[in-house]
Ligand binder design. Structure first.
Ligand code: KPL
Length: 318
C-alpha cells in the first residue's frame, strides 16, 4: 500500500484565519487532514483525557482507495487557552452543546461556529445559546470511519453543504470565512442559504436506515432484502408525513432515495451501528427522536418510528 506524507498546497487564506476543529472522530480527522493538505492552518481539539494518550508528534492518517496519507497535526485539549476565532464542531449531536461550552471562554468576540452533526435539534440548541456568534451548519454524505485514534478509513467521497443557521450567520454570509472551506482539496463543499432543507433531507434518509441497521446489527445493504423493505417503506411513509407537516417536500419519493443510498452504501456499517458496536450512545434521538417530537407537536402519526425506538430501547440501544 502506498504511503505518503503530504506536503500542503498553499491556497489563499488570510493569515488571521486559523481553524480549530472540536472533535477528533472520523469527520473531524477527515476535515483536519484535508484542510492541512490544502494549506489551511488548523488545530484539532480533544478532551483532556484524550490528550494524554496522544503521541508526541501526532499525525492524522487517512486510508482511502489511493493508499495511506499522513498529515502532521497540532493537537490541543479543550483546557488549553489559545483563542478560537474559527471553530468547526464535529462531535456527536448529543455532545455538541457541552463541547462548545467547554471552550466558550476561548471564543473571540466575532468567532464563527460551523456545526457538522447528523440529525436535527442539536444545531438549533447551539444557535440559540450562541446567538451573538455566526453559527453555520453543515450536512455531509462523506463516508468515513475511525480505525484508531487520529486514523480514519475513507470509504466514499460525498458532498457537504454548509449554510447559515442564525441571524448573525445570515447577515455575514457573503463575506464570511466559510467560503475558505470551499477550497478544501479532494472534498466537495458547497454553500446553500437553506441548510435546514439539506439537514431535513439527510435526516429523512437516516431515519429509515440508521435505527434499523442498529437493530439488526447488519450493514446497510441488508435493508434491501424483501423482508426488511416493508419496515423501511413504513418508516419512509411516516417520515414523509411528519416532515411535510413542517413544510418539507421533495419530488422524489423517500423510499426511492433511501434505496438508492442503500445500494451505493450496501457494504457500509451505518454510523449508528458503529456507535452501538463501540458501546457509545447513538445519534438516533436527533434523528427518529426528533421526528417523534415533531409528530407529536403537529398531530401526525409516527407509529413506525415509535415501534422502532421502543424496540431499540428494549435492547438497551439509545
Ligand atoms: O449517513 C449515513 C450514516 O451511516 O449515518 C448513511 C447514509 C446511512 C450511510 O451509512
Amino acid at each position: 500500500m502506498r504511503q505518503t506524507c503530504v506536503q500542503p498546497l498553499f491556497l489563499h487564506q488570510p493569515s488571521h484565519q486559523h481553524w480549530h476543529i472540536l472533535g477528533a472522530g472520523a469527520i473531524g480527522c477527515l476535515w483536519g487532514g484535508q484542510m492541512i493538505k490544502s494549506g489551511l492552518s488548523i488545530t484539532l481539539l480533544v478532551k483532556p483525557e484524550r490528550g494524554a494518550s496522544l503521541p508526541t508528534r501526532p499525525k492524522v492518517i487517512i486510508h482511502d482507495h489511493q493508499g495511506i496519507s499522513n498529515f502532521p497535526v497540532t493537537v490541543e485539549t479543550t483546557r488549553d487557552k489559545t483563542p478560537i476565532s474559527h471553530l468547526i464542531v464535529t462531535t456527536k449531536a448529543g455532545d455538541t452543546l457541552a463541547a462548545i461550552k467547554s471552550v466558550q471562554s476561548r471564543l473571540t468576540e466575532n468567532a464563527i461556529i460551523v456545526l457538522l452533526q447528523n440529525g436535527l435539534g442539536s444545531q438549533q440548541a447551539v444557535a440559540d445559546a450562541f446567538s451573538h456568534h455566526a453559527v453555520f451548519a453543515g450536512s455531509t454524505t462523506d463516508g468515513v470511519w475511525l480505525k484508531n485514534l487520529l486514523s480514519i478509513h475513507r470509504t466514499g467521497r460525498g458532498q457537504t453543504w454548509l449554510g447559515p443557521l442564525n441571524e448573525a450567520a445570515s447577515s455575514s454570509f457573503h463575506g464570511s470565512a466559510v467560503h475558505t472551506l470551499l477550497t478544501i482539496q479532494d472534498m466537495e463543499v458547497f454553500l446553500t442559504k437553506n441548510i435546514l432543507y439539506k439537514l431535513q433531507e439527510k435526516l429523512a434518509i437516516n431515519s429509515a436506515i440508521n435505527g434499523l441497521t442498529a437493530l439488526i446489527d447488519r450493514p446497510n445493504g441488508d435493508l434491501l432484502k424483501p423482508e426488511l423493505q416493508r419496515t423501511v417503506s413504513r418508516l419512509c411513509r411516516d417520515t414523509e408525513a411528519i416532515l411535510a407537516s413542517d413544510g418539507y417536500s421533495n419530488n422524489t419519493p423517500l423510499l426511492e432515495m433511501v434505496n438508492r443510498v442503500l445500494t451505493i452504501t450496501a457494504t457500509n456499517v451505518s454510523s449508528s451501528l458503529q456507535d452501538v458496536r463501540k458501546g457509545r450512545p447513538t445519534e438516533l434521538p436527533w434523528i427518529n427522536g426528533y421526528l417523534l417530537t415533531l409528530a407529536e407537536k403537529n398531530g401526525v402519526s409516527a407509529s413506525a418510528h415509535q415501534e422502532l425506538m421502543q424496540t431499540l430501547a428494549e435492547k438497551g440501544i439509545r
